[in-house]
Design a protein around this ligand. Structure first.
Ligand code: G3H
Ligand code: 13P
Ligand code: ZN
Length: 318
C-alpha cells in the first residue's frame, strides 16, 4: 500500500529510520519488496532523475504498481530523489509520488530558499510533501560533483531559518556522509554532535541522511576477487543508523550498497559459469541476495518489525 511519506515519518520519528532505497529495474524492485516483507518493515522507494530516464519514467511506475499487487502487505512511500525544479513539478503533476526532493543545495541560501519555496507551494497544493537539502555532501549527485574540500556541514541556525522560510517537510542535512562507494579516507563518520544541534533547533522535524551506504567490506572483497577494481571503498558504520534515528533522522538513503550486491552477484556468476548466457539465472540470484541485504539493513535501521504498527497508524490517520 502506498502511503504519504509524512505518515511514515510520524510513526518512525525518534524511534527508527526508514530505509529509502533507490530502484532502477524490476529485479531491484522485487528484491526490495521481498526483503521488506521478510523483515516486516515499512520503507521508501526512491527514484532518481537518472532512474526515470534509464528506460522510461512510466516503466518504474508500472513496476511499482505491480509490485504493490504482488506484495499486498507492503507499506511504502514513493519519493523523487535529488530532483531539480522541473522534475519535481513533473512528479507532482503525475499524481504517483508521495514526496519529492528538491535539491537546490548547490545554490546560495537565498536562491535555495526561493526555489524550494516554489516547489513546496506546488507540492502542498496536491498533498505531496517536500524534502529539501541544505549544506553540501561530498561525492557525486546526479551530474553535480562536489569535492571533499567544498563539502560543508549543515549549519543548525541556517537549518532552522531555512525550514521556517520554505515550509519544507523534511531536511537532508550534510552531517559527514557522502554519496558513492568511497566515503571516508580515515576514521571519519557521522557528525553526531551536528545532528544533535540541528535536532535541538528543529525538535520533532524529520531529518534525512543521504550517502548512507555501508559499503560492506565482504562485498568489496568479493567483487575484487571476481575481477573488480574497487580499492579503498568505505562506507557508514551500520551500527550508527539507530543512534542517528534517535536524533530525528527518519530517512536513511541507500543506493550504492544495492549496486555492490548487483556487481558481486554478476561478477561471481559469470566467473563461475563462463558458459552461461541466460540473464534470468543471475537475475534470480540477485533478487534473493538483494532481499537478504534489505532485510539486514532494516534490522540495523530499526524499521524491521514495525510494519503492523505503521499500517495501523497509516489507517488511523488516513
Ligand atoms: O544520490 C544519488 C543516488 O545514488 C542516485 O544515483 O543519480 O545515479 O541514479 P543516480
Ligand atoms: P549512497 O551512495 O551512500 O548509497 O547514498 C544514496 C543517496 O543518498 C541517494 O540519495
Ligand atoms: Zn542522495
Amino acid at each position: 500500500m502506498i502511503v504519504p511519506t509524512r505518515t511514515l515519518f510520524e510513526h518512525a520519528y525518534g524511534k527508527y529510520a526508514l530505509g529509502a532505497y533507490n530502484i532502477n529495474n524490476l529485479e531491484q524492485s522485487m528484491g526490495l519488496f521481498q526483503g521488506c516483507l521478510d523483515s516486516q518493515a515499512p520503507f521508501i522507494i526512491q527514484i532518481s532523475k537518472g532512474a526515470r530516464s534509464y528506460t522510461d519514467k512510466r516503466m518504474l511506475e508500472a513496476i511499482i504498481r505491480t509490485a504493490d499487487e504482488i506484495f499486498p502487505d507492503s507499506l511504502f512511500a514513493v519519493h523523487l530523489d535529488h530532483g531539480d525544479e522541473q522534475t519535481c513539478y513533473d512528479c507532482i503533476d503525475s499524481g504517483f509520488y508521495s514526496s519529492v526532493m528538491i535539491d537546490a543545495s548547490h545554490h546560495e541560501f537565498a536562491e535555495n530558499v526561493a526555489i524550494t519555496k516554489r516547489v513546496v507551494e506546488a507540492a502542498h497544493a496536491k498533498g505531496i510533501s517536500v524534502e529539501a537539502e541544505l549544506g553540501m555532501l561530498g561525492g557525486v549527485e546526479e551530474d553535480i560533483k562536489v569535492d571533499e574540500k567544498n563539502a560543508r556541514l549543515t549549519d543548525p541556525d541556517e537549518a532552522y531559518e531555512f525550514v521556517k522560510q520554505t515550509g519544507c517537510d523534511s531536511l537532508a542535512c550534510a552531517i559527514g556522509t557522502s554519496h558513492g562507494a568511497y566515503k571516508f579516507a580515515g576514521s571519519q563518520g557521522i557528525h553526531f554532535e551536528r545532528v544533535a544541534e540541528i535536532q535541538k533547533r528543529l525538535p520533532g522535524f524529520p531529518l534525512v541522511m543521504h550517502g548512507s551506504s555501508s559499503v560492506p567490506q565482504e562485498e568489496v572483497e568479493a567483487i575484487n576477487a571476481a575481477g573488480g577494481a574497487m580499492k579503498g571503498a568505505r562506507g557508514v558504520d551500520v551500527n550508527q543508523y539507530l543512534p542517528a534515528a534517535k536524533l530525528g533522522v527518519c530517512k536513511v538513503n541507500i543506493d550504492t550498497d544495492g549496486r555492490l550486491v548487483w556487481t558481486r552477484v554478476h561478477r561471481e556468476f559469470f566467473r563461475d559459469k563462463p558458459a552461461e548466457f541466460d540473464l534470468r539465472a543471475p537475475g534470480k540470484v540477485f533478487m534473493a541476495e538483494y532481499a537478504k541485504f534489505i532485510a539486514s539493513r532494516n534490522n540495523y535501521l530499526g524499521s524491521a518489525g514495525n510494519l503492523k504498527a505503521a499500517r495501523e497508524h497509516a489507517l488511523a490517520v488516513a
